[in-house]
Design a protein around this ligand. Structure first.
Ligand code: GLY
Length: 338
């Protein structure tokens, strides 16, 4: 039994704490504002293929590994998974080429994905408007991160500040790491919109609309209504993570062209948070270079997806010294490393 302090009560910190507690460790979770960071804004895409970017094959491998853990994890937390897959959709000729490139890269990476004819596209996602090219990723899912946060917070107490002695600290504070680690992540702002709609997509839609990337994620709040999460902008700068008129306009225009029924939707919320990006976009999971400090950070666009795998990796490291080389924080210069 190890005494462990987890700094950060977002989906990563809480999932790590939950797994460590399940394995019999004594866990203290510290966060002055639990569950209010990037996890609170996240769309909840369990979408390693839809979120694939060229050169990120390792991330896709880890994402698929974590996706496979989600059904059991969600069942244990009592949170429903949305199992509708992901449709890739392109609007104009250049967007269609983007779909083709994405599909080819997924095929190379071994991700199950098939092209869809226009008729198949309409059958699979009747909400879509004039879309010229599509593909289907059947394995993908989504989850409501706020339901996950609520389930985890109902199981674990979080305190606003650290107290007492511990053997190990796990840093899981998202885009703002404490000293001496801040240089390991950068904030990449994402703005996201939630609307209530009578014509939601059946599954996740990852679209390109005249060059503008946009995704639609269906969500069923517990009150039985149908919502759609529309995301997300991606901006790298030091300003505060605030919703901008430009960001909202871009997302709504793209979403409305992709799925015209969204023009009838009612507005619920717009929110902005910083994603924690690392130099290679892979997370930092494991020893920090300081003997008593582990990192569970830098999850960039994949915090919700990678939560159960991160929890397992950290707990396996605590129990048996296991380290996944692809996410070893010491691939970068970390303070205290030899
Ligand atoms: N994974 C969704 C996003 O980062 O916007």
């Amino acid at each position: 039994m190890t005494r462990i302090r987890v700094l950060g009560a977002g989906i990563i910190g809480l999932s790590v704490a939950d797994e460590l507690a399940r394995r019999g460790h004594r866990v203290q979770i510290v966060d002055p504002a639990p569950g209010s960071g990037a996890s609170y804004a996240a769309a909840g895409m369990l979408s390693p293929g839809g979120e694939f970017w060229h050169g990120e094959e390792e991330l896709t491998r880890l994402g698929r590994e974590s996706l496979a853990l989600w059904p059991e994890y969600a069942a244990r937390l009592g949170v429903p998974l949305h199992t509708g897959g992901t449709v890739l959709a392109g609007v104009d000729a250049a967007d269609a080429q983007q779909v083709d490139r994405h599909l080819a890269a997924l095929t190379d990476a071994g991700v199950p994905a098939t092209p869809l004819s226009r008729a198949d596209l309409r059958d699979r996602e009747p909400c879509l408007g004039r879309v010229t090219r599509g593909a289907w990723l059947p394995d993908e899912r989504s989850v409501d991160p706020r339901q996950v946060l609520a389930a985890l917070l109902s199981r674990h107490q979080v305190q606003p500040s650290a107290a007492g002695e511990v053997d190990t600290t796990v840093v899981a504070t998202g885009a703002t790491l404490p000293a001496p680690f801040p240089h390991l992540v950068r904030g990449v702002r994402g703005e996201i919109i939630r609307v209530r709609s009578d014509d939601p997509p059946r599954g996740t839609v990852r679209g390109w609309v005249r060059g503008q990337p946009v995704y639609l994620v269906p969500r069923r709040p517990r009150d039985g209504t149908a919502e759609v999460v529309i995301g997300a902008t991606s901006e790298e700068h030091d300003a505060a993570a605030e919703v901008t008129v430009e960001g909202v306009r871009r997302l709504l225009e793209a979403a409305g062209e992709l799925a015209p029924g969204l023009d009838r939707a009612t507005f619920v919320e717009a929110i902005a948070r910083d994603r924690p990006g690392t130099p290679d976009n892979l997370p930092l999971i494991g020893p920090s270079g300081r003997p008593d400090v582990l990192l569970a950070a830098g999850h960039y666009r994949h915090g919700v997806l990678l939560a159960p795998l991160t929890a397992r990796l950290i707990a396996d490291h605590v129990d048996r010294g296991v380290l996944e080389p692809a996410v070893d924080p010491q691939r970068f210069e970390t303070p205290g490393a030899a």
